[in-house]
Design a binder for this molecule. Structure first.
Ligand code: 5GP
Ligand code: MN
Length: 342
């Protein structure tokens, strides 16, 4: 755990400030939940806050309180640039390195002359002025709760803040089932329900919001599933044509990789998704036990993340990316065999 400069930050925030809060590109439930929860909290402390995301989140996150006020750097560039240049401080939430916002926004942030605060749970964080980094914590939303707790302000958590925080904790823990879910996480969730988070509604809004096409795309993904029992590995591919056939929308492939990991005996899963627009294959990796997909993604696919959930990309074709992946497995056979006793 790294906690750097928080007493100074407290003094800095003792007077009302113009604050910008930023999440990573392709924001997920934890990025949207944590940035908006922090916004609602800092608003209550009389600050003037703006949340900016590099691009839009999937539709199933648009109901989160405050979501409509988020500036998208790609679409509302002028407003976003203005908010950044007039701000006194910028919070970076749910990402560990400036490149995670994409190159356009990264260029803007690199020219920023005031201080950054990072609150994040990914490994190998960049060094900024104020840091709260803890890779043991399941979600940035839990960290925002603990940040509010450090400021002795838990009494300020209202329905909106509780809803935002519940959402990010729920999505980043796979609904409270990953290893990172602790008794403390459950105590925080209990408190958030007491403070107004409607657990059944939140689950419904996130997980029962499928379009028919999304289910058909899932069907296609499952029929493309390949299993490599000797490596305890399974992977899924989705080509651009398949995405088009089922009217792919942002967020439609979220969670699909977990079906590969749900197979009995499988401890390493990947999904390869062709993105012709960007000219890349976007990859998600998941694992069980000690096999670090963060390291695997860093070493071979220009990515990173957490030990059991990471992402990366490839500039090769879909089939060459899969060939690269499968031919790497041999060198990890020993590790894959012993990483998780089933
Ligand atoms: P997902 O597979 O759901 O896109 O991402 C899983 C985890 O890996 C998330 O915590 C995400 O922030 C991280 N991640 C995804 N893609 C990348 C990437 O290209 N680079 C890095 N450093 N992290 C990534
Ligand atoms: Mn997160």
């Amino acid at each position: 755990m790294i906690l750097k400069g928080f007493e100074d930050l407290k003094s800095f925030l003792a007077e009302p400030k113009k604050v910008v809060i930023i999440g990573h590109r392709n924001p997920d439930g934890d990025a949207v939940g944590s940035t908006l929860a922090l916004k609602h909290y800092l608003d209550k402390k009389e600050h003037q806050t703006t949340v900016i995301m590099p691009n839009d989140s999937p539709d199933f996150l648009h109901w989160i309180p405050g979501s409509k006020e988020i500036y998208k750097f790609d679409k509302q560039n002028r407003q976003a640039q203005r908010a950044i240049s007039s701000s006194d401080i910028i919070f970076l939430l749910d990402f560990n390195a400036l490149h995670r916002v994409g190159s356009d926004m990264q260029n803007t942030l690199e020219k920023y002359s005031n201080d950054f605060v990072m609150i994040d749970h990914h490994q190998q964080p960049d060094d900024v002025t104020y840091m709260y980094s803890d890779t043991e914590i399941c979600s940035t939303c839990q960290m925002v709760y603990q940040f509010i707790e450090m400021n002795n302000d838990l009494n300020l958590i209202d329905h909106d803040i509780a809803t935002c925080l519940y959402t990010g904790i729920m999505t980043d823990t796979g609904s409270f089932r990953f290893r990172s879910t602790t008794s403390k996480t459950h105590r925080i969730i209990a408190d958030l329900i007491d403070k107004g988070a409607k657990n059944d509604r939140i689950h419904n809004n996130i997980y029962d919001a499928n379009s028919y096409n999304r289910l058909l795309l899932l069907g296609q993904a499952l029929s493309n599933l390949q299993i490599l029992p000797s490596y305890k590995t399974a992977y899924i591919t989705l080509s651009d044509d398949e995405k088009k056939r089922f009217d792919f929308q942002k967020g439609d492939t979220e969670g699909v990789v977990n079906y590969a990991l749900s197979l009995k005996g499988i401890i390493f899963a990947a999904i390869f998704i062709e993105d012709k627009e960007q000219g890349i294959i976007k990859i998600s990796f998941r694992s069980k036990g000690n096999f670090s997909v963060n390291q695997f993604a860093r070493n071979h696919f220009e990515g990173g993340g957490h030990d059991n959930a990471a992402g990366g990309k490839s500039d090769l074709s879909l089939s060459n990316t899969v060939t690269k992946f499968t031919s790497l497995l041999n060198q990890y056979q020993q590790e894959l065999e012993t990483s998780y006793e089933i």
